[in-house]
Write a protein that binds this ligand. Structure first.
Ligand SMILES: Cc1cc2nc3c(=O)[nH]c(=O)nc-3n(C[C@H](O)[C@H](O)[C@H](O)COP(=O)(O)OP(=O)(O)OC[C@H]3O[C@@H](n4cnc5c(N)ncnc54)[C@H](O)[C@@H]3O)c2cc1C
Length: 419
């Protein structure tokens, strides 16, 4: 059985892995000359079931309106008449009830939990060191009332099996001594001991080496242009390097997936949320955080990655514009220099931006489309694609094999931008 995976981010490469394990002849196609060069390369590195809250929530519309009036909210929107964005936005608004937010969050949480288990299993089996840290993650609060509210919000996850502990400043410094030196007054943190972090680009690139040894073919520097269908079957993939034929096709192009799916009439509800990302060399590791986490005030997220630290911020709905200015990184530099003043030169560091492939409701799209019997989707993982990658990919390969995946897949069915 020959299967083409289109997209070589963490989602495409983990899909290729489970397919190869299943005995498929696998070809990975990516427009870049390496794997893991887009969202996979810039993310904050959190492996975080406790960070799985759906963005479409009762609080979101107010925040988006404030952003339209110029406020620097953590989720921002640039006014646009792009019909795809308007359709996407309408669906997002419909999901902003507390009932829908809870359903979407729990679907994501179950996938995150499953995926974390699969990641541990895969990295152990294949001996992949991805700069993983397994000491949990910290969700920081600067205000006692916000910390109480944060704990109340976490009740949904706690009631559904997540372990989360409230820490005061003393407790926080005991879990991660780097916070003993913070310049900011913190009220404390929520510690998610079962969360973790790691470098998804390193993981993806190391997994590619494993896949090459398993006989997987890589067609890098190859841009997919269109699927060609004959009735309910995809017969070929057109690329700038010629046509590729296979029995099955898996679409895993992150935020670009809708461009390809539309060539065979499937209009996926995936839209980019731009985020900013910096990586700094640590100059004093003893003063840097040992655990990853999120500052719940600035929504700046970080992960230690060996001798470096990755820090990301902001979600901006501004289309496919990946440009950035130095001032876009102020929240990252400001938060880091307050929290760990002496750990790095916070005025240095590499600056980049990337797109989270967001669905309006939050759960990714994992399954077989209704139109074609051999076209499968594994995309739309939003702000959690590193966390969800191994579980999503194991599940899509179960679906391709005709098995029932190990978790409930109802929330992940292939859907359209217009309901
Ligand atoms: C700032 C930021 C912070 C984040 N933080 C976290 C985090 O802490 N934890 C977490 O779990 N997730 C996080 N995410 C989300 C996570 O990074 C993504 O969900 C995940 O990387 C998506 O992986 P992917 O493989 O689907 O997409 P991508 O990594 O974007 O890969 C898509 C691939 O498709 C290829 N492609 C595109 N068009 C074509 C074409 N026409 N032909 C061939 N190939 C093509 C691209 O070259 C690319 O390799 C973050 C994302 C961002 C942007």
């Amino acid at each position: 059985m020959r299967t083409i995976v289109v997209g070589g981010g963490v989602v495409g490469i983990t899909t290729a892995y489970y397919l190869a394990k299943e005995g498929h002849e696998v070809v990975v196609i990516d427009k870049a000359t390496d794997v893991g060069t887009e969202a996979t390369a810039v993310n904050a590195g959190l492996i975080a079931p406790a960070h799985c809250f759906a963005w479409a929530s009762p609080a979101a519309p107010k925040m988006l309106v404030r952003s339209l009036f110029g406020e620097k909210t953590s989720i921002r929107v640039k006014p646009s008449l792009n019909p795809r964005f308007l359709w996407w936005g309408m669906q997002f608004m419909r999901e902003c009830t507390s009932e829908r937010a809870a359903i979407n969050t729990l679907a994501k949480m179950h996938l995150c939990d499953y995926s974390q288990t699969k990641l541990k299993e895969l990295s152990k089996t294949e001996d992949i060191d991805y700069q993983g840290v397994d000491k949990g993650l910290l969700y920081l609060y600067r205000d006692a009332q916000e910390l109480e509210l944060g704990m109340m919000k976490m009740k949904l996850l706690i009631d559904n099996g997540q372990k989360l502990d409230q820490l005061d400043m003393k407790g926080l410094a005991a879990v991660d001594p780097a916070f003993a030196n913070s310049k900011v007054e913190l009220a404390g943190a929520i510690h998610a001991p079962n969360d973790g972090s790691g470098n998804s680009q390193l993981f993806t690139q190391k997994l590619m080496e494993v896949l090459k040894r398993m006989g997987v073919e890589f067609q890098l520097g190859t841009t997919a242009k269109a699927f060609v269908a004959d009735g309910n079957k995809i017969t070929r993939l057109k690329t700038d390097k010629g046509d590729f034929i296979a029995d099955n096709f898996v679409l895993a192009m992150g935020v670009w997936s809708p461009f390809l799916s539309r060539t065979v009439g499937q209009n996926l509800p995936v839209y980019p949320a731009k985020g900013f990302s910096m990586t700094f060399d640590l100059k004093d590791k003893a003063k840097a955080p040992e655990l990853g986490g999120v500052d719940e005030k600035t929504l700046v997220a970080w992960s230690p990655m060996g001798d470096k630290i990755r820090i990301s911020s902001t979600a901006m709905f501004s289309g496919f514009d990946k440009s950035h200015k130095p001032e876009d990184f102020e929240a990252i530099r400001g938060t880091a220099s307050e929290l760990w003043p002496d750990a790095a030169d916070w005025q240095a560091g590499s600056m980049t931006a990337g797109f989270r492939p967001m669905t309006p409701d939050g759960p990714p799209i994992i399954g077989k489309g209704k139109k074609h019997s051999n076209l499968f989707y594994n995309t739309g993982h939003g702000h959690m694609g590193w966390t969800m990658s191994c579980g999503s990919s194991a599940a899509i390969v179960d679906i391709i094999a005709g098995r029932t995946p190990e978790i409930d897949m109802d929330a992940f069915v292939v859907r359209s931008i217009r309901k």
